[in-house]
Structure formats: structure tokens, C-alpha cells
Design a protein around this ligand. Structure first.
Ligand code: CA
Length: 218
């Protein structure tokens, strides 16, 4: 699961990012509203955690632009204590849930799990292709009905490739999906994950496009 965190409070942002990474999320963190809109309109995320009081462009405006683009991305907003107006404006602008600062990290994790459960109820999410099926809610993978145990990063990779069979994904894009922008990845890490997936599923599922990246045959 790739999560975008938008928060200008450095101490809070660090805490949330660290806490959510231990839950297996790939966390990208931005500090202002303009960068957030740019990222949301050009990249794919599974969840957004959005502070409302942000430099350059406020969280409400970020949310409005996101929803105006037609996105149904699950969004949890973070609001200051006693700011009821902000909270209501956020929910009106299309937020799915909110937390009031200061909040407990475990509560944030639970709220995000609930958001994912709800968004998994939307019909398009179960992915099946070439005998392989993925359940985004449980992150379980099955091949011909049999459960295949995969790591969170292997799941993320498989989910991306299987969501658009026939499309070539560049190595850069897949590496960014796994590690975000600022997490250091060894240069051959992507190949290692692909190698493991080929052994766990079947070798021909993921094809190498020499010099570019990978695809799953449509
Ligand atoms: Ca703030």
C-alpha cells in the first residue's frame, strides 16, 4: 500500500511516517499543499493522510482539487483541536474520515485499516489474471486457488503489474512504488523481488522487457 502523507509539522510527520512504515505501508511525505496536488494528480496512491493547515495551499483546497479530478482515493484529514469548522469543511470537501491532533498512532493505524476495508468494498478492487488472484483487503495472493505467501513488497509489485496486463512498467516506476522517493533502495532490489515472485508463482508470468522494465502478458 502506497500512502501519501502531507504534513508540515516535522516532528509529527516523522512519527507518523515511521509508525506507518512498520505497518508495511510505503510512505511518501510532502510538506505543502502545492506539492501534494502535483503528486496526487501525477502518481498513484492507495491512501492520503492530509493535514489541513498547510503552507502554500491549504488542505481543503488540496482535497477539492483531488475530488474535482474524479479521484475516489480514501482520505483521512488531520485537524487542530477545537477547529470544528475546519473538520466540517474537510468532510464536506470529500474527506472520508478525520483525526483531531494530538492523536494516538494506534488510532491512526486503526482508522486507516477501516478506510481500506471500506474502499475494498468498492467493486473494482479484486484482481484476477492468468490464474492469479489478488485480494487488496487481505493482501492475499492465490494461484489456481492455492494460497501463495508473499511479502508486502512482493504484493505491491504484483498488484501493480496485474492491475494493467500488457502495460510495460519501467524499472524506475516500480522502484519508486516499492520505496517511495526518499527510502534508499539497493540497485538490484527490484530484480530480487521479481525473482522471488517468479519462483513463488510461475516463471512466465512476469516478462522482462530488456532495458526498460517488466510486464504481465495480457
Ligand atoms: Ca499544519
Amino acid at each position: 500500500m502506497r500512502l501519501l502523507l502531507v504534513e508540515d509539522d516535522i516532528a509529527l510527520g516523522e512519527g507518523v511516517r515511521t509508525g506507518l512504515r512498520t505497518e508495511g505501508y510505503t510512505v511518501d511525505w510532502l510538506h505543502d499543499g502545492v506539492s501534494a496536488v502535483h503528486a496526487l494528480l501525477s502518481e498513484t496512491f492507495d491512501l492520503l493522510v492530509l493535514d489541513l493547515g498547510l503552507p502554500r495551499l491549504g488542505g481543503i483546497q488540496v482535497l477539492q482539487q483531488l475530488r474535482n479530478s474524479g479521484s475516489s482515493l480514501p482520505v483521512l484529514i488531520l485537524t487542530a483541536r477545537d477547529d470544528t469548522d475546519d473538520r466540517i469543511a474537510g468532510l464536506d470537501a470529500g474527506a472520508d474520515d478525520y483525526l483531531v491532533k494530538p492523536f494516538d498512532l494506534n488510532e491512526l493505524k486503526a482508522r486507516l485499516r477501516a478506510l481500506l476495508r471500506r474502499s475494498a468494498g468498492r467493486p473494482h478492487l479484486l484482481i484476477e489474471h492468468a490464474g492469479v488472484s489478488l485480494d487488496p483487503l487481505t493482501q492475499q495472493v492465490r494461484y489456481k486457488g492455492e494460497l501463495v505467501v508473499v511479502t508486502p513488497k512482493e504484493y505491491l509489485l504484483l498488484h501493480e503489474l496485474l492491475s494493467q496486463p500488457g502495460k510495460v512498467f519501467t524499472r524506475e516506476r516500480l522502484t519508486q512504488l516499492l520505496y517511495g522517493w526518499d527510502e534508499e533502495a539497493e540497485s538490484n532490489t527490484l530484480e530480487v523481488h521479481i525473482h522471488h515472485l517468479r519462483k513463488k508463482l510461475f516463471g512466465e508470468l512476469i516478462r522482462t522487457v530488456r532495458g526498460i522494465g517488466y510486464l504481465v502478458q495480457s
